[in-house]
Write a protein of this length. Sequence first.
Length: 51
Amino acid sequence: MSKSIRKQLGIDRHSTAEEYSLKGTFVSVLILAAVMIVSWFGIMVLFLDRL
């Protein structure tokens, strides 16, 4: 297929891989990890306090 036909059909290889930005996903994962780490340390402190 020629480039013009692929472009008309929307089958351009570079259009699908580069359109999505994963910055929001990365930030969400970092926030989730921070919540889990803070929770883990909070539970550990509570456990050690009750010994």
